[in-house]
Design a protein around this ligand. Sequence first.
Ligand code: GDP
Length: 140
Amino acid sequence: MGVQRTFSIIKPDATIRNLTGAVNAIFEKAGLRIVAQKRILMTQAQAETFYAVHSERPFFGELVEFMTSAPVVVQVLEGENAVLAHREVMGATNPSEAADGTVRKEFALSIGENSVHGSDSEENAALEMAQFFSGNEIVG
Ligand code: GDP
């Protein structure tokens, strides 16, 4: 697979509990390098665009409200097989199903307030990165 980049978000439930560094430490220990990072307050439009794939789901409104409720940290992570490596260290969407040692097992509060986002494919990673970063903001 080789070296890849993936897109990551540290979500509001984690930033408000001051867990940005703790989450990043787990990522770095898993071999992922933070090659871009910024803290932003997402607008409703940004959140709706980002989660457009879920727009018909019953939790869409709640998800957009949550993602705009407090700052998030958007990131690009680089590493060997980064998309999968990141998904593995994030853990299952529902923290009650997440494996020990994963971010969601350690920190997530619920299936909605689950501390982190990670792209599910290299193709989506490229699209998601482009929504939040310009090329010269990503430095490997
Ligand atoms: P992910 O790829 O593991 O983040 O999971 P999904 O793509 O299925 O869902 C995207 C995000 O929507 C999740 O990370 C949750 O924050 C949120 N979400 C998913 N299912 C639910 C749900 O049943 N209720 C609520 N409130 N949020 C949900």
